[in-house]
Design a protein around this ligand. Structure first.
Ligand code: IPE
Ligand code: IPE
Ligand code: MG
Length: 240
């Protein structure tokens, strides 16, 4: 059993900073370092797809100052990290409604996403202004255009075809979903793509989620049995 796709809800930056009597932004800056170490770990483990929840469609409701600082940090991190990521074989992709961002940031994301590494090792999908419900709606809208254009019958609609319109349709579904920061919720992150993911809610705050924490979760993942609706692999009680 190999892991093809890890998704992470990176939560807890604000509380991490507050505990240190520092502004929340300090926590977001520390969070970028954890993003870096997480990418390194996934590269070492040959995990080909990593999806990170960086900014939700609900995060706009935060104080304008925090939102602005997050945008600045995002812009700076993209500029700083992209050359090294390309060298390491990382293809960056952005999922979410990007039209809400400043034209400058939109251009940046477009440029970064267009840069292809010479030797591909990993997709790094960054979810920004992303919402799982938004994703289903945008897929339905785009599919509807196709239905009208191609005169597709409702009988021909199936999961595989619908999936082609969802974000990350070119990548396998999520095997392992991690949320740091102690909350036990999805907060409108990937919905469709986590249908059969193993979910791990970790108490550790994101800036403290070091490589050994990720290793620990991955070990726990391997000890779980993914039955996909079937009976257990070692359950012979049905044989009479
Ligand atoms: C997650 O950390 C980062 C973003 C949502 C951008 P938070 O900022 O939500 O940190 P807490 O949950 O308040 O500690
Ligand atoms: C989820 O964290 C979004 C990201 C990590 C980007 P939030 O801190 O926004 O989630 P809630 O508000 O606790 O549900
Ligand atoms: Mg939070």
């Amino acid at each position: 059993m190999t892991i093809k796709h890890i998704a992470i809800i990176m939560d807890g930056n604000g509380r991490w900073a507050t505990a240190k009597r520092r502004p929340r932004t300090f926590g977001h800056q520390a969070g970028v370092k954890t993003v870096r170490s997480t990418i390194e770990s996934c590269l070492q483990k040959n995990i080909p797809n990593l999806t990170l929840f960086a900014f939700s469609s609900e995060n706009w409701s935060r104080p304008a100052k925090e939102v602005q600082k997050l945008m600045d940090l995002f812009m700076r991190s993209l500029t700083k990290e992209t050359p090294e990521l390309l060298n390491q074989g990382v293809q960056q992709n952005f999922i979410g409604d990007l039209s809400k961002f400043s034209p400058k940031l939109q251009n940046k994301m477009r440029d970064v996403a267009s840069l292809k590494p010479d030797t591909f090792k990993m997709n790094l999908n960054i979810a920004v202004n992303y919402g799982g419900k938004w994703d289903v709606i945008q897929a339905a809208k785009r599919f509807n255009d196709e239905i009208i254009k191609e005169n597709i019958s409702a009988d021909d609609i199936n999961e595989e075809i619908f999936n082609q319109y969802m974000a990350l349709s070119d990548q396998p579904p999520v095997d392992l979903l991690i949320r740091t920061g102690g909350e036990h919720r999805i907060s409108n992150f990937l919905l469709w793509q986590i249908a059969y993911a193993e979910i791990f809610f970790e108490d550790v705050l994101w800036p403290d989620f070091h490589a050994q924490e990720l290793n620990r979760v991955i070990e726990k993942f391997y000890s779980r049995e993914r039955r996909f609706g079937n009976i257990g692999e070692h359950d012979n009680s049905h044989i009479e």
